[in-house]
Ligand binder design. Sequence first.
Ligand SMILES: C[S@@+](CC[C@H](N)C(=O)[O-])C[C@H]1O[C@@H](n2cnc3c(N)ncnc32)[C@H](O)[C@@H]1O
Length: 195
Amino acid sequence: MTQFTAWDFKAGFYHRVRNIFPFGYILAKENENIRALLNGVKFKGKKVIDIGTGTGNALGLVPEEAKVFGLDRSLKMLRWARRDDRRRFIVGDALALPFKAGSFDLALAIGIFEYQKDGEGFLRELYRIINDQGLVIVTSSPHGILTTFRNLLGNRVYPVYISKFQNLTQESTMVIKGWKKSLLQHQWLLRKEIT
Ligand SMILES: C[S@@+](CC[C@H](N)C(=O)[O-])C[C@H]1O[C@@H](n2cnc3c(N)ncnc32)[C@H](O)[C@@H]1O
């Protein structure tokens, strides 16, 4: 079911300012970190899902040789993504993903974890939809004045300390394979751990 959120109001604004300084500079660093974490990952024939794809920024981080899907619950955000890309888009909720267990080789969750009150439940969903060798790139927001300021932009942000995120990851039985940070974001590479 489509849910109307603040993202539907600010979709066009968000898409347009993303590449303007200083936002463009911040985004470039975040993308650089994610590319570095994904360095060495083989994409040929792999299935990738970008959860909370928004206007589609992270789709560009995945080579064309992979099959890529974007999911978001905001139709307006997805419309902007569709302008730039003809990949498959799905409307859905990150906390109840409309996919069978083990459906993907890689799940991207860039700039979405921090908006989930139930971060643990979100990580459980990510774990569920990736296959046994599956990887996840997920980003989180650190505590700090800049993160607090983001609450004024219309969506509640739930920052986490590094140690808290590590605990959540352990509870979801994923292992941390890499970690990077930029001004507003921590980027994590996780791998499924079969128990
Ligand atoms: C900050 S934007 C990030 C967009 C994109 N990943 C990027 O890096 O530019 C957050 C996106 O997450 C989506 N979102 C937030 N909570 C969601 C949920 N529970 N299910 C699906 N999408 C969600 C919003 O609609 C929004 O498009």
